[in-house]
Unconditional design. Sequence first.
Length: 483
Amino acid sequence: MRAQPKASHFVDGAYLEDRAGAEIEVIYPATGEVIARVHEATPAVVERAIASAARAQAEWALVKPVERARILRRAADLIRERNRALSELETLDTGKPLQETLVADATSGADALEYFAGLVPAVTGETIPLGRDFVYTVREPLGVCVGIGAWNYPTQIACWKSAPALAMGNAMIFKPSEVTPLCALKVAEILVEAGLPAGLMNVVQGRGAVGASLITDPRVAKVSLTGSVPTGRKVYAAAAEGMRHVTMELGGKSPLIVFDDADVEDAVGGALLGNFYSSGQVCSNGTRVFVQKGIKERFLARLKERTEAIRLGDPMDEAVQMGPVVSAAQMEKVLAYVEAGKAEGARLVTGGARAGDGGYYIRPTVFADVTDTMAIAREEIFGPVMAVLDFEDENEVVTRANATEFGLSAGVFTRDLTRAHRLVGRLEAGSCWINAYNLAPVEAPFGGVKLSGVGRENSKAAIEHYSQIKSVYVGMGPVEAPY
Ligand code: NDP
């Protein structure tokens, strides 16, 4: 078993096994081979995770921010030192090419740890003068936080949630997707090696029911989910029962708008990055590419050429640019959308089929002449399928771009920067790009509007989502009671 972890879970500072939980097979998407087996967390494992997190958090909240920061920074250094091994594990877990994982996963996790380590000692409250009396505020941790991850970025998601949580004095219990259970264990192991006290970073495996049992425990103060809208609805509702804090990073069907005056190479590059990176399994992808009519044929010609030059293959070969999708189920789902696109009359420019017969490979696919009502223009596919739609003018494209229940991201390619800013002002999306696409540095807030989510990850904004304000009124004079 080439990627078997030491045990299924990481609880109270150490690996923990409990074979009573149902078995989960971990499959390498490039070959279909079983590379590890883990067990779902039993109620006993969940209880140990929550109890240890609650115990450890009470102590951690009393540790000075600079000391907490030092540990997180050490963890970031360890992650960078081990980037290659962690990237190979990420590739085994997800099937994403090493060419990507070497630069986008563990490194992004290390960025988050470094960023929040740097930020947290500078988080202070304020003093509000009231004449003789005054109020001061303190930013306090929430307590035990639960993170639930999707399968597309297992290392990054674990770090994006745990870094701000731990920096602010919380404990984290992370449940990875059952499809990619391996990487978060390494994040927990490294944090403990860096000096994080036991109990503050726990990883428990399992399907949705394990996640659900974590959210409803009265000792849990917050849940941060990265996942689909249907799961988000369930998790948000369960959290509401106990009035828990939530961050919801959910799906999208984001517009990427290309005007006639755009640099064609840049716009095609943006569309490729926004549709084919990670085999299209990125929530913020610009999967509705609106192209103004004057540039359409030039855009499509270059798009076809550059798409057909993408090297699809063994994700462990560093020259390979695209790997398989994450699972057989995801492949079937994506191929069904490809068939729907053909059946609904979209023009297949390139791709449109499975590649090979071993792993879960799909050729990068471009449809042109897509209309707003087609399923491939309305529903999140989460695979390498780009829909190109035509438009004539700015007002029309803004209306059509916003005509979706999602609102995660949006992009604009144009040389007219006045128009770009005007357009961005009207687009209903949490993260927008002008003449760029899908860059998500830790310094920038990330998250959606409408059904795409609640709250923001990364940036200073995340501090607010992992802490709460206490307001303290200080009376300096005699109490004037009218009674
Ligand atoms: P799912 O919504 O299926 O699952 C997300 C996580 O929630 C998984 O760990 C899942 O467990 C767990 N889960 C499922 N049901 C429950 C429940 N009732 N209570 C608690 N936890 C539950 O998403 P996918 O893993 O399929 O990921 C793809 C989706 O994630 C896409 O829609 C994509 O847009 C979105 N996404 C959003 C991002 C963002 O930042 N906005 C980033 C990346 C992805 P299990 O898998 O074990 O069933």
